[in-house]
Design a protein around this ligand. Sequence first.
Ligand SMILES: Nc1nc2c(c(=O)[nH]1)N[C@H]1C(S)=C(S)[C@@H](COP(=O)(O)O)O[C@H]1N2
Ligand SMILES: [Mo]
Length: 428
Amino acid sequence: MKVPLPRPNELWRSPLRGPWLTSVLGAVLLVGIPVLFVTGLLSYAAYNPNLSHVNDKTPGKGLLGFYLFSWPTHPYWLYRLNQGVHVTLGIVLVPVLLAKLWSVVPKLFALPPVRSVGHALERLSLLLLVGGGFFEFVTGILNVQLDYVFPGSFYPLHFYGAWVFVGAVLAHVALRLPTAVRALRSRDFRAELRTPTSRTRPEPPDSGGLVAARPADPTISRRGLLGMVGLGSLALAVVTAGQSIGGPLRGTALLAPHGRSPGTGPGGFPVNKTAAGAHIRPQDVGADWQLTVSGAGGSVRLGLAELQRMAQARAALPIACVEGWSTGDQHWEGVRLRDLAALVGHPDDPPGVFVESIQLTGSFRAVALSAGQVRDGRTLLALRVNGADLTPDHGYPARVIIPGAPGVMNTKWVGRLTFGATDFPERT
Ligand SMILES: Nc1nc2c(c(=O)[nH]1)N[C@H]1C(S)=C(S)[C@@H](COP(=O)(O)O)O[C@H]1N2
Ligand SMILES: [Mo]
């Protein structure tokens, strides 16, 4: 005996489900996802990956790196803004994404799974859309919350995933836009916001199979559902944005993994990796510490006192991490990188520099900076912050600070600067 399988829209019976609701949620994502994509691509460009394989978080990016450009130092808050928007928006869109998935759930279980070649292609694009979206949001959130839990690196996964996801979004929009526009016009948004649960009726039956075949009685209005999603997003914004905005709002960033209460005093701003975490021992940064500076004109070794006797410059700059949090503007003081370049044979028009920490293990202990970054008079080898010596956790005795750049480029516990190099000198 053959038992007919129930159709998915017979199993999912919410009277709210329908093309209009799906299209409203889709319209929000249609605005948000391009912003995520663009800020994500910019964030990758900000690493100056073409400068050095040490900076390149996705070796083998190939054609996908077509848009890369030399990341500017103006405005000095550029990366902070970009990354604050990227991370905050990504988190804020989670309730919308979940609601959108809920709204189309009968589609995901449509039977038979494939009816024709066209249908197969559409299903495949849906798989890439749902899978790609899920992957991007999960890897992004894991990276902000837990740091590096991935095999290899987060960057290639999130970067390649973004292209797959956006490709699927484009295909989905191309296939669905006319239906979505029609659906949006089928109901008046403002009237919907005035409709209570008691007057909530299902949308008319649709060919797409979203509307329930036998709708249950409503337990919430469309206005209620959209309000719930909106409040969820708002709540996430409130407990996230403070980590990028800083100041008194930092305390509200309940979801921020780093430094909600970074202490007080001159070093009272968030720390990513502590000196102990980086295995920097007190004797490594004691009286014996020396900085090796090399360039076309040779090498010099400078102790802290010698660096302190050089011209000291000041710059108010934030550290802004890829994870979205920022320290806000801090008052740094130290030697301009371009002055150090002048010491070793680059009196004018300095080249880029390869910066190495004395830290021996772990990520982020070396980075290549561009000539443009060295040239900027606000790019410092900072010795002091907020009127005091750097604290051990902030990179004592010396760290790099660069306007507009990602936090990871602000190398701490610096031991060697090689002007004109883009890799470890012993490897070239
Ligand atoms: N040597 C070294 N420098 C480093 C890091 C590191 O792990 N080791 N982390 C980088 C990252 S990812 C960021 S966001 C900033 C954080 O600086 P802070 O801890 O002083 O706030 O330092 C950068 N400099
Ligand atoms: Mo970072």
